[in-house]
Design a binder for this molecule. Structure first.
Ligand SMILES: C[S@@+](CC[C@H](N)C(=O)[O-])C[C@H]1O[C@@H](n2cnc3c(N)ncnc32)[C@H](O)[C@@H]1O
Length: 294
């Protein structure tokens, strides 16, 4: 990120404020965004000692262009998106993200999320359940799980995380592997509840309008669909030319805006994964906005 005094960094996913704190310690000014008011209150209090070098904005990072300083023409030196849920969210039973802790079937990251997990599980058509389980969860047993959910909810609607986890475990059957059988399904439902891929697509699209020339975009993903989206986006936006089999020669790319700084994603070392097992699937990609983007 090259955080330093005089730089302004937007942390699009404030969460517990760990990354923001590193940027602040390096002397930068930081605006922390989160859709979760609880995260803003917690991290805001923790980072209050940095005074007016730290500010917060509650909202979805897909609306980056709505940040007051951006609306007034300000440009940031860096933008970080560290996707997914935070450890705090995952560990609070009452938020309903965890299949290990009993809580209401909620999974909303914040009040702006359009629906709860209970609405999806109890109201969506079986075909839509299959689709999200397969697409967002990459769940090979999506049909079997969706059909079990529909049969179960006809008897009684689902209200808690453990009821849903037990139904999925029964539907999947067999011996338990290293990961809980409901892992993929819970991830898929969470992504649908919070429209996570749509938000990412919009934020990536807005990045070049938010950064000053030379500013850096850093994205950390934890899911192959998200990583693919970031990888394709950066590959396209950092290509000087585009080609098509029907064209006599490559043409200049009108979307050429970034220089890719990570040809391959940066992944955590084995020792980092030992210290923080939740980092194991993280992939970081970094790009720099060109001085004269197309
Ligand atoms: C993985 S955590 C970030 C952890 C943070 N980097 C830290 O150091 O503690 C992701 C955070 O981003 C928030 N978040 C996820 N998607 C968001 C979105 N579309 N808009 C705003 N905040 C979002 C979540 O509510 C969560 O608090």
């Amino acid at each position: 990120m090259e955080a330093a005094p005089g730089k302004w960094i937007i942390d699009g996913t404030l969460g517990g404020g760990g990354h923001s704190e590193m940027f602040l310690k390096a002397g930068a000014r930081v605006t922390g965004i989160d859709r979760d008011p609880e995260a803003l209150a917690h991290a805001g209090a923790r980072l209050a000692a940095y005074g007016d070098r730290f500010s917060t904005w509650q909202g979805n990072f897909r609306d980056l262009l709505e940040i007051p300083e951006i609306r007034e023409g300000g440009k940031a030196d860096g933008l970080l998106l560290d996707l997914g849920v935070s450890s705090r969210q995952l560990d609070s039973a009452e938020r309903g993200f965890s299949f290990m802790r009993d809580g209401p079937l909620d999974m909303r990251m914040g009040p702006g999320s359009p629906r709860t997990a209970a609405q999806i599980v109890n109201e969506w058509d079986e075909a839509d359940l299959v689709r999200i389980l397969f697409e967002f969860g990459e769940e090979p047993k999506s049909r079997r799980i969706a059909s079990a959910i529909v049969r179960e909810r006809e008897k009684r609607p689902f209200t808690t995380t453990l009821e849903l986890a037990a139904c999925i475990e029964k539907a999947v059957g067999g011996k338990r592997g290293k990961t809980h059988p409901a892992t993929r399904a819970f991830q898929a439902i969470r992504m649908a509840v919070n429209e996570e891929l749509e938000s990412l697509a919009k934020a990536l699209d807005a990045a070049h309008q938010v950064l000053r020339p030379g500013g850096r975009l850093l994205v950390i993903t934890f899911h192959s669909l998200e990583d693919r989206m970031v990888k394709r986006f950066l590959r396209h936006r950092s290509s000087r030319f585009v080609d098509d089999p029907g064209w006599p020669e490559p043409r200049p790319n009108p979307d050429f805006q970034f220089e890719l700084l990570t040809r391959k994603a940066i992944q955590p070392s084995a020792s980092e994964c030992n210290l923080n097992p939740r980092a194991r699937s993280a992939k970081l990609r970094v790009a720099r906005l060109l001085d004269t983007p197309a």
